[in-house]
Design a binder for this molecule. Sequence first.
Ligand code: FES
Length: 152
Amino acid sequence: MPSGCIIEASQGKANAILLVITGQHMNLTHEPGSPEKADATPIIRALKWIYVLDDSDLPDGHMAPVYPLGVNVILVRVDGAVYAVSGRCAHMACPLSAGRLEGFMIVCPCHDWRFDVRTGRFLDAPEIGLTVYPTKIEAGKLFVVLRGKEMA
Ligand code: FES
């Protein structure tokens, strides 16, 4: 299998992405709350890393809204690791960038729903969640990968 690929495998509601990148820092992701796919055929596609922010502009314990290709994404750095999730709340789409960060948890400013930035999951109902995007840091710059539906 070539490095720099995403493999998607769908079975029922469980969607998972396996990232295979050698020698790069990144987050393993999945997409909670995505629609079911009809088949379980693995899809291999090349990663398209999109520059979103200079590394120095995201201090530890902070969030930053970014808009790769116009998609609302929020970057978060906790304990040195960078995470990227949808910037719109899974409840009623309030901007999570106006919320607050408590450890690994983003609290929505509108109705206090809480999401884990590592998984995107809503803490009170884990079947609901935010889209989670792979991230990497390279040469002092932060990159994300959008999912297929956002690239269409
Ligand atoms: S819109 Fe985020 S909790 Fe309601």
